[in-house]
Design a protein around this ligand. Structure first.
Ligand code: BGC
Length: 447
């Protein structure tokens, strides 16, 4: 009898370490992962990236993650082919006259998430998010083939309805990506030939886009990359990446221009490049990048506040913005614009408001990771209140995580462990159900 409790304990221990299954939305694989690799019934272990596989609702014949693969064509070098743009961009706002094609990828994420919510009122609000246009991020080369499917579907919809379709994408796969943080470190490194792999990634995007000339593509180019070159060259990884980032961004612009992609280069946000000391250096860099790419008419301008939380127009300055007279995105844009013009870059803007519905929620302006209390914001619209701003958009797909709070992950960034960051967060880019639900319930305007 005395031995029974310890026997039970051993069995319980063994079953929790060897046979335990990960919960829905839990981690089930990835680099250094030592936990469960199978999922509870009703969910499937789904490969997300080298760092992370996640149990997503659904069923499949196998519940263990399979590894996605990517092929790098040997001919890609980026230096051998650089056709000049043979097209000229149409004048004016590239969104005008087009209907934004809904990201099927995000719609599927949202439908799955809504189905997992038991409160029927909240579930209905959650489901409605699938109809709000967001950008689709191409954060891994393995995802590029899906672009062809989206474009084919957009093309078919355009033909059947007579309404021209526009697909919104984010180009996001630089080698040594996210050089001043850890959460979104990417699949390519400079040390491992990442520059050539990046050129191949761009070439693959270009091939897909070229096949559907009737679909207009708008792209945000490489969030955070050029902003890091403005303010973070004191970070060794950024300093070492500077030349490569510039070469890669230049290649992306030139190649995407050949197939008529309307581009907005990511320009951080008011709390980053909006400080008066940063405006001039930022304008200089963006102007230089624009000119180096032959002043392509397809570079329409800059994207701001991507994946951030700032208001377009704040009713009053959030106390965390103290010291920066450009305390919201409109002020930042209004004051950056003339400096860009003096660098020869007459830029227009798009502004992400996807998660900006609730203000004054951060402890510090530099906090960016799954900030608690955030709500979905102003819906995408061409009614922006500023002639400099082409569109209010949703670039960050709300519900996709900013970064893991798991301190033992190789991509753990301390911002994701701050007291204003939501705990129990999975890896960047994977689905964060609890966070999505708060974005829905705190949405402003409400859903
Ligand atoms: C992640 C990407 C993801 C993107 C959009 C980034 O923070 O690193 O993997 O695609 O957010 O959710």
């Amino acid at each position: 009898m005395f031995r029974l409790p310890s026997f039970v304990a051993i069995v319980a221990f063994a079953s929790s370490t060897v046979f335990a299954q990960a919960p829905v939305y839990g981690q089930c694989g990835g680099q250094n992962w030592q936990g469960a690799t199978t999922c509870v019934a009703g969910s499937v272990c789904t490969y997300s990236n080298a760092y992370y596989s996640q149990c997503l609702p659904g069923t499949a014949s196998s519940s263990t993650a399979t590894t996605a693969s990517s092929t790098i064509s040997s001919s890609s070098s980026g230096t051998t082919s650089s056709p000049a743009s043979s097209q000229t961009a149409a004048a004016g706002n590239p969104y005008t006259g087009y209907s934004i094609f809904l990201s099927p990828f995000y719609a599927a994420e949202v439908a799955t998430a809504a189905a997992a919510i038991s409160d029927s009122t909240l579930a209905a609000k959650a489901a409605s998010v699938a109809k709000i246009p967001t950008f689709t991020w191409f954060d891994q080369v393995a995802k590029v083939p899906t672009l062809g499917t989206y474009l084919a579907n957009a093309s078919a919809l355009g033909k059947s309805t007579g309404t021209k379709q526009l697909v919104q994408i984010v180009v996001y796969d630089l080698p040594d990506r996210d050089c001043a943080a850890l959460a979104s470190n990417g699949e390519f490194t400079i040390a491992d030939g990442g520059e050539a792999k990046y050129y191949d990634y761009i070439d693959q995007l270009v091939t897909q886009i070229k096949a559907y000339p009737d679909v207009r593509v708008v792209a945000v180019i490489e969030p955070d990359s050029l902003a890091n070159l403005v303010t973070n060259l004191n970070v060794t990884k950024c300093a070492n990446a500077q030349t490569t980032y510039l070469a890669c961004v230049n290649y992306a612009i030139e190649q995407l221009s050949t197939v008529g992609v309307y581009q907005y280069l990511d320009a951080g946000h008011a709390g980053w490049l909006g400080w008066s000391a940063n405006l001039g250096p930022a304008a200089q860099l963006f102007g230089q990048v624009y000119k180096n790419a032959g002043s392509s008419s397809f570079v329409r301008g800059l994207a701001t506040n991507v994946a951030n939380y700032n208001a377009l127009v704040a009713s009053s300055p959030d106390p965390i913005t103290s010291g920066d007279s450009n305390y919201d995105e409109q002020l930042y844009i209004t004051n950056l614009s003339p400096q860009l013009i003096s660098q020869g870059f007459n830029a227009q803007f798009i502004v992400d408001q996807g998660r900006s519905g609730v203000q004054n929620i951060r402890n510090a302006w530099g906090d960016w990771c799954n900030v608690k209390g955030a709500g979905f914001g102003t819906r995408p619209t061409l009614t922006t209140g500023s002639s400099l701003i082409d569109a209010i958009v949703w670039v960050k797909p709300g519900g996709e995580c900013d970064g893991t709070s798991n301190t033992s992950s190789p991509r753990y960034d301390s911002h994701c462990g701050l007291s204003d960051a939501t705990p129990n967060a999975p890896e960047a880019g994977t689905w964060f159900q609890a966070y999505f639900e708060t974005l829905v319930s705190a949405a402003n305007p409400s859903l």
